[in-house]
Each structure stands twice: as structure tokens, then as C-alpha cells.
Design a protein around this ligand. Structure first.
Ligand SMILES: NC(=O)c1ccc[n+]([C@@H]2O[C@H](COP(=O)([O-])OP(=O)(O)OC[C@H]3O[C@@H](n4cnc5c(N)ncnc54)[C@H](OP(=O)(O)O)[C@@H]3O)[C@@H](O)[C@H]2O)c1
Length: 216
């Protein structure tokens, strides 16, 4: 599968790219700057020994992806997504976005839309948006020789899109749990703020989340 990652030069997008490249997906790293995307693609090709990673400007990356992953800061959505709207029409779009602001009075402020994923859906109305991967930290993704000790919570409206995201999560060894419609993305995104706080409080790097009570 061709996976475009908007903001793929960053920590989370690069980590996702690494994991998916290693299991055989083709990756298009997106950036505001095509040269920066190219440089990151070269770096990731060297790291993974996989040649199927290229870098493009964000909108061009979106056009090349079968699936488009949004790995941007929440503050970058309004400027970045409208030029990619046509390229995302009808596609599965995965939002990893969490509106975190470190160093201020509040770590997490839910966006007016209820969640960043719903903001993505409003900006890309013809896309099939699924919220996922918020609880999988970038450094865990980057250390690709290690298993990731967390469930993957996923929500969205489109059943087939959730099937695609389930396969993408399983391909990196995660148990994927469907937590319902996209209107649940706010609570899902908020858990990331709790995990970041737990990491800081207990001097960890790898707090994750697991749901009990499900049949194995
Ligand atoms: N880091 C984690 O462990 C983690 C875990 C779970 C979820 N997330 C979420 O995933 C998203 C990405 O996280 P990250 O840590 O990878 O972020 P990041 O490194 O700060 O940013 C990712 C990329 O976004 C682009 N960008 C930065 N500011 C922008 C702006 N104003 N407008 C458009 N593009 C901009 C940059 O790429 P260019 O300069 O190349 O365009 C940057 O490399 C965030 O929403 C975050 O909350 C992160």
C-alpha cells in the first residue's frame, strides 16, 4: 500500500514511516518543503534499508497515497489540509493529531470541533477519516526492533476505512480496538495528555494504554 504521511518529517510521522516501510509498504513523506521531505526520505531509506520511501511536498504526497496519514501539529491543520482536499477525496485519512501545548497552563485543550480528527474531517469532507495512533509514542515507533506495549484505539464513521487502519495497526504488532464513531475522538486524543503526564510524573518514556475485559 502507498502511505502518504503529511508532516512525515516530524517525530511521529517518521516513526510510523519506519514501521510501515519495514513491513513492506511504500511511504511518501510529506512536508511544507519538498527538499526537507526528500532529505528525511533518504535518512529513513538508510535506516530501514528499504528503497520504497520518497519525499514530496504535502499536497503532492497526499495525491500519491492510497492512505493519507496526518502527523501534523494541530496548529498546522487549517493551512495544510485545504490544498490537499482534492487529493484526499474518497481516501482513508488517519489523524494522529493531538492538540497538546507543552509549557503552558493547559497541556491539552480540545479543539472547538470536539477533536482534531473532527477538524480534519471538516477540512477534508470527502475523506474517510479515522482517528488512531495517538497513544503510540514516536520513540517507541522509531525503536523498530522492539514490540510496542500498548493497544491501539481507533474511531471513525467508515467501516471499511477502519478495516484498513486495523490492518495497518496489526502490521506493527498492535491489538486494535474499535472505540466507535469519530465523535469519540476527543476522549481518545485526551488520553495522550494523560500518558504524557504519567511519563513526566513517573520519569518514564513509554506509558501506554491497554483495555481489559475483551475476549482474547
Ligand atoms: N511525538 C509523539 O510521540 C506523538 C505521539 C502521538 C501523537 N502525536 C501527534 O502527532 C502529531 C505530530 O507529532 P510530532 O511530534 O511528529 O510533531 P512535530 O515533529 O512537531 O511536527 C511534525 C511536522 O509537522 C510540520 N509542521 C510543524 N509545524 C507546522 C505548521 N504550523 N504547519 C504545517 N506543518 C507544520 C513539520 O514538518 P515540515 O517543517 O517538514 O513541514 C514537522 O516536522 C501531533 O499532532 C502530535 O500531537 C505525537
Amino acid at each position: 500500500m502507498n502511505i502518504a504521511i503529511l508532516g512525515g518529517t516530524g517525530k511521529e510521522g517518521s516513526g510510523l514511516a519506519t514501521r510501515w516501510a519495514l513491513v513492506g509498504h511504500a511511504i511518501i513523506i510529506g512536508s511544507r518543503d519538498a527538499a526537507r521531505a526528500h532529505d528525511k526520505a533518504v535518512e529513513l531509506r538508510e535506516r530501514t534499508k528499504k528503497l520504497t520511501i520518497v519525499g514530496k511536498a504535502n499536497a503532492e504526497a497526499a495525491a500519491l497515497g492510497d492512505v493519507v496519514v496526518i502527523a501534523l501539529p494541530a496548529t498546522g491543520l487549517a493551512a495544510t489540509l485545504p490544498p490537499a482536499r482534492e487529493a484526499c477525496r474518497g481516501k482513508v485519512v488517519v489523524s494522529t493529531v493531538v492538540a497538546l501545548s507543552f509549557g503552558g497552563p493547559r497541556l491539552f485543550t480540545p479543539p472547538p470541533a470536539g477533536s482534531s480528527a473532527e477538524e480534519v474531517q471538516a477540512l477534508l469532507p470527502e475523506a474517510k477519516v479515522v482517528a488512531a495512533f495517538h497513544h503510540i509514542a514516536a520513540h517507541e515507533l522509531a525503536e523498530a526492533e522492539h514490540d510496542i506495549d500498548s493497544d491501539l484505539l481507533m474511531c471513525g464513521a467508515d467501516v471499511e476505512a477502519k478495516t484498513v487502519v486495523t490492518e495497518l495497526g496489526r502490521s506493527m504488532g498492535l491489538r486494535v480496538i474499535d472505540v466507535g464513531p469519530l465523535s469519540n475522538a476527543g476522549p481518545v486524543e485526551g488520553i495522550t495528555a494523560l500518558l504524557a503526564t504519567i511519563n513526566r510524573r513517573y520519569k518514564l518514556k513509554n506509558a501506554g494504554i491497554k483495555i481489559t475485559g475483551l475476549p482474547s
